[in-house]
Design a binder for this molecule. Structure first.
Ligand SMILES: Nc1nc2c(c(=O)[nH]1)N[C@H]1C(S)=C(S)[C@@H](COP(=O)(O)OP(=O)(O)OC[C@H]3O[C@@H](n4cnc5c(=O)[nH]c(N)nc54)[C@H](O)[C@@H]3O)O[C@H]1N2
Ligand SMILES: Nc1nc2c(c(=O)[nH]1)N[C@H]1C(S)=C(S)[C@@H](COP(=O)(O)OP(=O)(O)OC[C@H]3O[C@@H](n4cnc5c(=O)[nH]c(N)nc54)[C@H](O)[C@@H]3O)O[C@H]1N2
Ligand code: SF4
Ligand SMILES: [Mo]
Length: 876
């Protein structure tokens, strides 16, 4: 309860693996108040920009509200019977391995458990894999090799206690913002040093003491050098080494590696190694710059080797910490969502584990070999080995490498089922059967975050239309395929109890994941479950692992893995001279099906782009705001140029978020090669090769509209605004009649038009009004259109006589691009306040304008802006 007297419900943010607690209070009219839960151990009331904007994403207008078979709405009974018949028939004719499930680290644990049980225990195939293969698989493989299980040794509290935090391939400021704010708070309190290891200068680097911009893929060589420094500097923990095996070979291999491949100067390397060696309390955080690599598992083990050698693991303020991406990436690993795992960290290939799970499930059959991993699974879909596919809570036609081939494979599959909350995704558009799932605020279950804390998600909104929870859809399919008893679940609590009981069996096998202490929870206790860190048994609750050894290999010892540098799998050359790095933006979530609904999130970066170094831009004749054509061996894209020295020469960076729905020429995974790590099967999403050239557009356009618009150009990108939509466009051949084109674009054949057309110059400005309100305005030029976008987006819906000027009358203030999305504060507003009020710190700006005071995610950018204003030469 808070001041207003209405009840608030505790739940968990559905985005990143920080796993922040939220307090939700629906207003009963489709709206909702969202604030950070002060009592949740992951965030202590903080939320980032995405969490703060959750209420803007719960509208129903884009939702899938009924099952759909072959494009027609139908009832659940016929849709599910159809799916059950097609799956059963395919299995009867072609065997269990002719079907597959492709699921997601965003499923709740209960959903995931049922999917895994149905495929592995009852269909009898291991062909269930998950988008966690694109995300955490290398960390899982690295943990298993070193520890014997997929265990995260430390906790978030270690960030509060560390003296040095090394961030390897992690843009924590944008991707785990609340954890980053926690780190900055610790730094303020105790002077924690921060080192960032990333080929790119990211927002995370803004508060780092050291940024090592190493060559892409060269992390193993750097950490091998660290290991040899530790050895030579006498920093090994001889006592702890007795808890391990294989140090001699690992150090020998490390000595044979050459750190020069990192491209870093010997001084920088030495400074980093010395700092690490001399600081006992060190936490190494790593993420996709490590995992998404053809040597991802080796990168993980290169890092773990250094922590094991010094015994800096599982103790306060010390240890490796792989931060998970998705809200339940960790839970998915626990339930065995990957094709090579069984539930509760048991191994599919271990006959005793298999027998135990089979008997617990009373399962008719159980596969004895791993199923197809994501990349291979979609190859099998493409060549017809998999004939029936069910995709749940993920958008592989966008997010898989070689995405155009994946899209074609799904389109060509005999039978594809997609469970989603919307039909407007690149994947859902290819489905034979669409099943409407309840969304985040409508469902019940649990998730596990990066530090093993299990939290509840609770429903506060009614299921819209016919939507059903994912676990219920899966269980009903199980029953219809003839497995009535095994899938006779009445509630998520019942599933959770079964799962917790099974974890007790895993505990008897000596596995780490044991939550048997929760197995007898009543429905009421499940309803009231407070965040709890596993393990939860009669003997043990939460805590860290491995401070005194106690590893999960048969001999109880950890293993050093000898690793050597391997270059990224795709090689640059004359044809494809640039290395393409990809990743995330602060205010968008993956394929944007939810975050793009929020105008304030869209305002941060409303258009897809490619970052390239000024030297490369000059050499290719690419100017700021030009469009760039990007070609790889697998596909083609058109993106806006952002010329910046935050990337190194020869390297380019593009965000992963845009799709066929928002910018069809910017589906970045269409360019990415499906090269994988040999151990983990994780694709190398960060090191493809491409060629660049200027996209020679004959015309460029910018449009704002009140209602949805339908751009159809060689290049277009659409985004939400507070007043409707905005779009960038460009093309080779201009339409013959711009006014007609504007009427088509805004679907307003009868609106009254104002226009300024200059055919000789190739410019056109058209505004359409209906009943005195602007419904759309289109600006066209032969060069990138120069108009004040942040002003124009405010106009639709109201009378806007002066709109064709493209900028406000001189006396109207223009806030500029939004920098703080929580409070909607623009760059110009901040610049003006800095200049007129003499503000010199981020805090002072916060006090004056509020900017940066809610979630804090924009504080690095405010700091960069300040530096730029006060010392323009230094900031360039
Ligand atoms: N805003 C936002 N937050 C998110 C998400 C989102 O979509 N949006 N998604 C969530 C998910 S699922 C995930 S997995 C996480 C990912 O979180 P992060 O891993 O932090 O994010 P990325 O941007 O994918 O990549 C991190 C960095 O790796 C660097 N990198 C590339 N190659 C190398 C290399 O060879 N070595 C090193 N050391 N670094 C390299 C890139 O330049 C990039 O800055 O974020 C989660 N949080
Ligand atoms: N180039 C490149 N590619 C990458 C990456 C990269 O760094 N670079 N990162 C990879 C990583 S780490 C990840 S995690 C993936 C993420 O990639 P995806 O998993 O493909 O991306 P999302 O947009 O999160 O897809 C989630 C889907 O689930 C739907 N959905 C939302 N709520 C529900 C629900 O409650 N039930 C159901 N059934 N559906 C729901 C959404 O509408 C959306 O369509 O991308 C990977 N791809
Ligand atoms: S850091 Fe942001 S996106 Fe991640 S869980 Fe917290 S509020 Fe959600
Ligand atoms: Mo991820």
């Amino acid at each position: 309860m808070d001041g207003s007297g209405l009840p608030e419900t505790r739940s968990t943010c559905p985005y990143c693996g920080v796993g922040c607690g939220v307090l939700l209070r629906p207003d009963g009219q489709g709206g909702m108040d969202v604030r950070g839960d002060p009592d949740h151990p992951a965030n202590h009331a903080r939320l980032c920009s995405k969490g703060s904007a959750l209420a803007e994403t719960i509208g129903l207008e884009h939702r899938l509200l009924a099952p759909r078979v072959d494009g027609r709405d139908c009832d659940w009974d016929s849709a599910l019977q159809h799916v059950a018949d097609r799956f059963s028939d395919t299995i009867a004719r072609h065997g269990p391995d002719s079907v597959g499930f492709y699921v997601s680290g965003q499923l709740l644990t209960e959903d995931y458990y049922v999917a895994n049980k149905l495929m592995k225990g009852f269909i009898g195939s291991a062909n269930i894999d998950t988008n966690s293969r694109l995300c955490m698989a290398s960390s899982v493989a690295g943990h298993k090799r070193a520890f014997g299980t997929d265990t995260v040794p430390g906790t978030y509290e270690d960030l509060d206690a560390a003296d040095l935090v090394v961030l390897v391939g992690s843009n924590l400021a944008w991707c785990h913002p609340v954890l980053y704010q926690r780190l900055l708070a610790a730094r303020k309190a105790r002077g924690t040093r921060i080192v960032v290891i990333d080929p790119r200068r990211t927002a995370t680097c803004d508060s780092a003491d050291m940024h090592l911009a190493l060559a892409p893929g060269s992390d193993v060589a750097l950490f091998n050098r660290l290991l040899t420094t530790l050895y030579e500097g006498g920093a090994l923990d001889a006592g702890y080494l007795r808890q391990t095996n294989g140090f001699d070979r690992a150090i020998e291999t490390a000595f044979s590696d050459d750190a020069r491949v990192t491209g870093l100067s010997p001084d920088r390397i030495e400074a980093f190694c010395e700092l690490w060696m001399r600081t006992e309390k060190v936490v190494t955080i790593y993420s996709q710059g490590v995992n998404q690599s053809s040597s991802g598992s080796d990168k993980v083990n290169a890092i773990l080797n250094c922590h094991l050698a010094t015994g800096r693991i599982g103790k306060p303020g010390m240890g490796p910490l792989s931060v998970t991406g998705q809200p339940n990436a960790m839970g998915g690993r626990e339930v065995g969502g990957l094709a090579n795992m069984l539930a509760c960290h048991l191994d599919l290939e271990n006959p005793d584990h298999r027998a135990a799970v089979r008997s617990f499930w009373d399962a008719p059959q159980m596969p004895d070999a791993p199923g197809l991993k994501a990349v291979d699974m979609f190859r099998a879909v493409g060549d017809g080995r998999i004939k029936a596919l069910w995709i749940i809570h993920t958008n592989p036609a966008v997010s898989m490498p070689e995405a155009d081939a994946v899209r074609d494979a799904i389109a060509g599959c005999d039978f594809t089922v997609v469970s989603d909350i919307t039909a407007a995704t690149d994947t859902a558009r290819l489905a034979d059967v669409l099943l409407p799932a309840t969304a985040w605020a409508e469902k019940e279950g649990t998730v596990t975050n990066s530090d093993r804390t299990i939290s509840r998600q609770r429903s506060v909104l009614p299921a819209p239309g016919a939507a059903r929870p994912d676990w219920a859809i899966l269980a009903e399919l199980g029953r219809r395929m003839g497995f009535d008893r095994a899938f006779d679940y009445a509630s998520p609590a019942e599933i959770f109890r079964e799962y917790a009981t099974l974890s007790g069996i895993a505990g008897q096998f000596g596995r780490d994941f044991d939550i048997s202490g929760l197995a007898r929870m009543t429905d009421a206790a499940y309803a009231g479950l407070v965040p709890v860190r596993w393990p939860v048994t009669a003997m043990r609750a939460g805590g860290r692992f491995f401070a005194d050894g106690g590893f999960f290999h048969a001999d109880g010892k950890a293993r050093f893995v000898p690793v050597s540098y391997r270059a990224p799998a795709s090689k640059t050359g004359p044809r494809y001279p640039f290395r393409l790095n990809t990743g995330r933006l602060r205010d968008q979530w993956h394929t944007m099906t939810r975050t793009a609904l929020s105008p304030r999130l869209a305002a941060h970066m409303p258009e897809p782009f490619i970052e390239l170094h000024p030297e490369d831009a000059a050499a290719q004749g690419i100017a700021p705001a030009d469009l760039v054509q990007v070609q790889s061996p697998h596909g083609r894209a058109i993106l806006r140029a952002r010329i910046t020295d935050s990337v190194q020469p020869g390297q380019v960076f593009a965000p992963m978020h845009w799709t066929g729905e928002t910018a069809p020429s910017a589906r970045i995974d269409g360019l990415v090669a499906a090269e994988t790590d040999p151990v983990s099967g994780q694709p190398e999403s960060k090191a493809s090769v491409v060629a660049l050239s200027r996209f020679k557009a004959a015309w460029y356009g910018f449009a704002v509209s009140r209602d949805a618009m339908a751009p159809t150009a060689d290049y277009w990108a659409l985004a939400r605004t507070g007043q409707g939509y905005r779009a960038e466009m460009a093309g080779h051949t201009p339409p013959t009649d711009w006014e007609q084109e504007a009427r088509r674009l805004f679907a307003a054949p009868g609106a009254s038009a104002m226009s300024i057309l200059d055919a000789a110059r190739g410019t056109a400005r058209i505004a359409l009004h209906e009943e005195g309100a602007l419904i759309g305005a289109l600006f066209v030029a032969p060069r990138p259109v120069a108009v004040m976008r942040d002003y124009l987006v405010t106009l639709p819906g109201a009378a806007a006589e002066g709109v064709l000027q493209g900028r406000p009358a001189a006396d109207v203030p223009n806030p500029g691009p939004v920098l703080c999305s929580c409070l909607g504060v623009g760059v110009n507003t901040i610049v003006e306040a800095v200049e007129t009020q003499g503000l010199i710190s981020v805090d002072a700006i916060g006090e004056a304008l509020g900017a940066g005071t809610n979630c804090g995610s924009c504080r690095p950018e405010i700091a960069a802006l300040l530096q730029n204003l006060h010392n323009p030469e230094a900031a360039q």
